[in-house]
Design a protein around this ligand. Structure first.
Ligand code: BJW
Length: 233
C-alpha cells in the first residue's frame, strides 16, 4: 500500500499572511528565540511570552487557508493510499481547509497546557499572565506549543509513519529545526521517494531526490494534480 507522509512548515501559511520564522522579515528578526520560545523564557517573563502568543493567536484567527492547504485536503480525500499530514505549524489552516487527523508536532495555538500538572484545555483568544489551570488551580497556564529544548509531540507515531512511507514530501520548511529536519533521512532509510517543495533551497535540500521550487500556492496544487493523475516519478 502506498503511503505518503507530508511535513509542512511556516512557508505553507506565508501566503495566508502568517509570518515565517527565519525569512528576512520573519518572526525571529523581531523577537529573540531566547525571549519567547524556550521554557526558560516563560519562567523568566511569562507576560512577554503570553503577549507573543496572544499576537500569534490573533493573526492566525484572521488568516484564511490558501490554495496549498486546500490542495493537501483534496489529496487526503482523493488519494487511493494513505496520506499522513504532519505539521510544525501551530495555526489551524490545514483543519480549516478540510484536512483531518493532522499531527501538530509543535503543538497548537488553540491549546492551553498546565506547566505544573500537564492538564490541557482550549485556550482563550487572549491568555492572561498567571492564568489558573482549571484542574489543579495553580497559576501555571502556558500555550500548548513545543519550545526549544522540549520534546515534540507524537514522535513515536511520526517515526512509525516514516518507516512505512513510500513518498515523503517537505513543504515550506527551512530544514533548520530538528527533529523535523531529519525526517527526510528517516524516509530515505525506508526507501521512500523524497520531494521538497519550497520557495528556495533549504538546509537539507541536498537530501531530497526531487526539488520543486516556487510559491506554495502554485507548486503544491500542481504537485497534488500530478499525484492524483499519477504523473510523478
Ligand atoms: C515558502 C514560502 C512560500 C516562505 N511558499 N515556501 C540536532 C542537531 C542540532 C540541534 C538539535 C538537534 N536535535 C535537536 C536539536 C535542538 C533544537 C534544534 O533543532 N535546534 C536548531 C536551531 C539546531 N530542537 C529542539 O529543541 C526540539 N526538541 C528536541 O529536539 O527534543 C529532543 C527530542 C526530539 C525527538 C525525540 C526525542 C527527543 C524542539 C524544537 C521546537 C521548535 N519550536 C518552534 C516554536 C513552536 C511554537 C511557535 O510556532 O511559536 O517551532 S521554533 C520554529 O521553528 C517553530 C517552527 O515550527 C520551527 C520550524 O520552522 P519552519 O516551519 O521551517 O519555518 P522557517 O521560517 O524556518 O522556514 C520557512 C520556510 O518556508 C523557508 O524555507 C522559506 O523558503 C519557505 N517559504 N515562503 C513556499 N510562499
Amino acid at each position: 500500500m502506498e503511503k505518503i507522509v507530508i511535513l509542512t512548515g511556516a512557508g505553507i501559511s506565508a501566503e495566508s499572511g502568517l509570518d515565517t520564522f527565519r525569512d528576512e522579515d520573519g518572526l525571529w528578526s523581531r523577537h529573540r528565540i531566547e525571549d519567547v520560545a524556550t521554557p526558560e523564557a516563560f519562567a523568566r517573563d511569562p507576560g512577554l511570552v503570553q503577549a507573543f502568543y496572544n499576537m500569534r493567536r490573533r493573526e492566525a484567527a484572521k488568516a484564511r487557508p490558501n490554495a496549498a492547504h486546500e490542495a493537501l485536503a483534496r489529496l487526503m480525500q482523493a488519494y487511493q493510499g494513505d496520506v499522513v499530514l504532519v505539521t510544525q505549524n501551530v495555526d489551524d489552516l490545514h483543519e480549516r481547509a478540510g484536512s483531518q487527523g493532522v499531527i501538530h508536532m509543535h503543538g497548537h495555538l488553540r491549546g492551553a497546557l498546565c506547566a505544573a500538572c500537564g492538564h490541557r484545555w482550549l485556550a482563550p483568544e487572549e491568555m492572561a499572565t498567571g492564568e489558573a489551570c482549571p484542574s489543579c488551580n495553580q497559576a501555571t497556564a502556558r500555550p500548548d506549543v513545543v519550545w526549544f529544548g522540549e520534546i515534540p509531540y507524537q514522535m513515536d507515531e511520526i517515526y512509525d509513519h516514516l518507516s512505512e512511507a513510500t513518498l515523503f514530501a517537505a513543504i515550506g520548511t527551512s530544514g533548520q529545526v530538528y527533529p523535523a529536519a531529519g525526517f527526510v533521512i528517516e524516509a530515505k532509510a525506508a526507501r521512500a521517494y523524497t520531494v521538497e517543495l519550497n520557495l528556495e533551497t533549504s538546509d537539507v535540500t541536498s537530501a531530497f531526490a526531487e526539488i520543486r521550487t516556487g510559491p506554495a500556492t502554485q507548486i503544491v496544487p500542481a504537485w497534488v494534480d500530478d499525484l492524483l493523475s499519477d504523473r510523478t516519478s
